[in-house]
Every structure is written in C-alpha cells, then in structure tokens.
Design a protein around this ligand. Structure first.
Ligand SMILES: Cc1cc2nc3c(=O)[nH]c(=O)nc-3n(C[C@H](O)[C@H](O)[C@H](O)COP(=O)(O)OP(=O)(O)OC[C@H]3O[C@@H](n4cnc5c(N)ncnc54)[C@H](O)[C@@H]3O)c2cc1C
Length: 416
C-alpha cells in the first residue's frame, strides 16, 4: 500500500470538493486526498458548454482558488481512477495498481452519459455526449469542421450544447422522441413558450422522431438515419439521453447500490466509514419520501457538504431534495420546474395562467390545501417561496388566493 489517509474522497467535482472543504473546516490537520479519474483539475462542470461556444477558456472554469474552493492543503490526484474498494481492509486500488488506505471514504463519482444500445454507430468520430471538459475540448475541435450538427434528445443538457453550437454559426437540428422538448421537466403544454423561444433562436426541432443509426464516411460521422426512414446529413452528433451513475468500481465491495449508491439521511452507506453524495447517491424526496437521484450542481454541493460534516464527526441530516427542481434559462427564457409537474391523469387541482411572455402552472393536492408543484416560465418571481411551501408541505388555504394570482410575498407566510 502506498499510504493511508484519514479521508479519501473518490470524485473531484461538486460533491467531492464540497465535502473536502467541510472536512477541512472541522478538522484542520487531517490528511484529505481527492481522487479523480479525469486528467483535469476540478472545474465547474455546468460551464463546459461555454468552451464549446468559444465564450470561455478552460482556465476560466477551474474550482481551485474560486470562492470556497481554495487550496487548504487538500491533495487532489488527477488521472487516478479507482478500480476497486475493499471495505474490510479499508483500501482503494487504482486502475494503475496503486493502493491507498482510508479512515473514512466518500463516493462522489457522479454519472456518465447513457448511450442507447439501439442506436448504431455511437462510437464514430464526431459523435459526442457532453459530460467532461475533455468532451468539450473535442467538441470544440470538431466544430471547426462542422456545418450541421444533430442533437439526439431534448433535455436541458442537450439544449445547452445545441445553443453552444448555434452560437458558433452551426446549423443545429434537435431530434426528440417525446412530443415536446424538456419532457422530463414539464408537460408539452407547459413548454410552449420555451419552444417558441427555441424556434426564434434558429434551432430546428423534430419531435416524435428517434435515431436508428449514425453513419460514417472517411472523415467520421456524415449522417443520422431516423426511424421514419429519413436521413439528416451532418458532421457532428451529440447524444443527450440521460445519465447512469458511476458505481462499477464498487463491484464486490459490499457497498449497497440500487440505481445509485444508497445513502441514509446522514449520507452514510451500509459499510463502515463509507459515505455517498452527489449525482451518484440515492437520496429521498421530501414531499413523498420516496428514493430519488438528482443531477444538479447545487444539490451535489449541498449533499457533499453534509457528507463532509458527517465524516468529520458532526452528525448532520441531509434534508433531501425534489426529484424535479430546476431553475435555469434556455434561449434567454428563464424557467423553474419543481415538485410534481407532470399532471396528466393526476388527481390534483391545477391553476394555469398564460400571457404573451410568461406562463405558470401551479399544482395543488386534490383537496387544494397544499402546493405540490410549480412550473414558471418567463417570470420566475416567487419561486423561492413556492419552493418553501412545497418542501414544508404547508397548509396554504389562508393564502391560496394570493398564490393563484401570483401576488404572494414573504409577509403572507406569517398568516399560515
Ligand atoms: C453540460 C452540463 C451542463 C450542466 N449544467 C448544469 C446547470 O446549469 N445547473 C446545474 O445545477 N447542474 C448542471 N449540470 C449538472 C451538474 O454538473 C452535476 O449535477 C454535478 O456536476 C454533479 O456533481 P458530482 O460531484 O455529483 O459528480 P460529477 O460532477 O459527475 O463528478 C464526478 C467526479 O468523479 C470522478 N470519478 C468518476 N468515477 C471515478 C472513479 N472510478 N475513480 C475516480 N474518480 C472517478 C470524475 O472524474 C469526477 O471528478 C450540468 C452538467 C453538464 C454535463
């Protein structure tokens, strides 16, 4: 064994680095080693589309030295892929054969893109799934010889990648199997304003279509074949079909996985001195209590910090997160989707309001006493209050009129 560290963190991103910081604040002297399989030092993953568009350089995205992510004697090993964990011996083995002992270990390995096996040709040059800084670099390089790109999947990450390419003057076609974009975050009717903004921005969208095959010529990808028999000629394909948690390295370790790595309310796993946080962890939804996984930087930081405190001996409950909680913007259109948002055939009371530049859907339980979900597009004021009401399951009867008219303010909370 090379050495032993009091704290080993597998994964040097949102959750892993937040945990390292939290440990360092409570334990000024202990050895902390972060292991990351990527060649790059830790960086802000949500910014990588800007490397593709050319708006930012990799150096602008680094975590070290920014905000709370300052040195503090935390060792970060890059190019350090963990291949196996032995929970009895409390050691990890790296892919290159090195071994490291640990007192406590955090699994913060995030997720990787899912490449649907039914689509042939996903390994052809010029086919991407944007996840890492290295993917972004390779996409930016390929963009230099790309006149048209095809994006497979209408989720948020693919929309971000699509806009990065549009900004470079590339013609972009989005192929979506669902009836509308962003189907994980809202019903088709809720997405109409966003769809209009995407159309105006010049994104071509083909809904209700699936890719069958990606085709190649001597310079890499040259076309995508769709299930209706048509083909779209292109020089780049980007696949955004969801992610899968990075749990393979835990095979045989005894650490319980089920979808992702199962963590309790104190972020601990089933083996002694093991913890999990971030995209890879199975956590729970505060409204329903059911297990869920999320894919948000802010959630990963919050859970990572919580895990760090628990590892450093400060018992801290992770309060869970909504299965759906997203606040961002696409095509300059801000939107928030949170809680229960898919309402087809749902026994619920729903209030919708649409104007030329704003849309909102408020979802109450069947009795109309609790807010359980909200979609706000264009005007996202009050999102924080709605989030609080949903999360705390407050009886909102006394302020329901204000909520429905979108006139709620923090003062009204005193009445409930
Ligand atoms: C293009 C893009 C845009 C995004 N935009 C947003 C946004 O606007 N807002 C938002 O909230 N979220 C966004 N996200 C999601 C957000 O980036 C993730 O939720 C967040 O990065 C999760 O953090 P994490 O620490 O759990 O895992 P990750 O960031 O996935 O990091 C996992 C770490 O584990 C390491 N690792 C994996 N396996 C091993 C192994 N076996 N051994 C050693 N190291 C390993 C990796 O190298 C990496 O360091 C975006 C994601 C992408 C890809």
């Amino acid at each position: 064994m090379d050495s032993a560290q009091a704290y080993v963190i597998v994964g040097g991103s949102a959750a892993g680095m937040a945990a390292a910081q939290a440990i360092r604040q409570r334990d000024p002297a202990a050895g902390i080693t972060v292991l990351s399989e990527e060649a790059d030092a830790p960086y802000f993953r949500p910014l990588i589309p800007y490397l593709v568009s050319g708006r930012k350089q990799a150096a602008d995205m680094m975590l070290a030295g920014s905000g709370p992510y300052t040195g503090q004697n935390i060792q970060v090993w890059t190019d350090a892929r963990v291949a196996a964990v032995d929970c009895n011996a409390q050691t990890v083995t790296l892919a290159d054969g090195r071994q490291l002992g640990y007192g406590k270990i955090l699994f913060a390995t995030g997720s990787r893109p899912f490449l649907p096996p039914e689509i042939r040709g996903t390994d052809i040059e010029g086919v991407f799934a944007l996840r890492t800084l290295d993917d972004a670099r390779r996409m930016a390089k390929r963009a230099e010889v790309t006149r048209r790109a095809v994006m497979l999947g209408g989720g948020l990450l693919n929309l971000k990648a699509a806009f990065a390419l549009l900004e470079r003057g590339i013609r972009v076609t989005l192929v979506v199997f669902s009836p509308e974009v962003l189907s994980q975050l809202m019903d088709p009717d809720d997405a109409l304003l966003i769809r209009r903004a995407l159309d105006q921005a010049g994104l071509e969208i083909r809904t209700g279509s699936a890719a069958r095959e990606i085709m190649r010529d001597q310079s890499g990808v040259c076309a995508v074949g769709l299930d209706d028999g048509s083909e779209i000629a292109c020089q780049m394909v980007c696949i955004g079909k969801g992610v899968r948690p990075n749990v393979d390295f835990l095979a045989g370790s005894g650490v319980r996985t089920g979808g992702g790595i199962v963590a309790d309310r104190f972020t601990a796993c089933n083996q002694p001195n093991t913890f999990a946080a971030g995209d890879v962890a199975v956590t729970y939804e505060p409204v329903s209590g059911r297990p869920i996984m999320t894919a948000l930087w802010t959630n990963a930081v919050e859970m990572g910090r919580c895990a760090g405190l628990n590892m450093a001996g400060v018992p801290t409950v992770y309060s869970g997160t909504f299965g759906i909680l997203n606040a961002t913007q696409v095509a300059d259109m801000p939107f928030v989707a949170m809680g229960t948002v898919h309402t087809r055939n749902l026994d619920a009371e729903i209030h919708r309001h649409a104007s030329a530049d704003a849309y909102r859907k408020l979802v109450f339980d069947a009795e109309g006493r609790r807010l359980v979900g909200a979609v706000l597009v264009g005007d996202i004021t009050n999102a924080g209050i709605y989030r609080y009401l949903i999360r705390e399951k407050r009886d909102i009867t006394a302020v329901k009129r204000q909520i429905v008219r979108h006139r709620l303010h923090y003062g009204h909370l005193l009445a409930i």
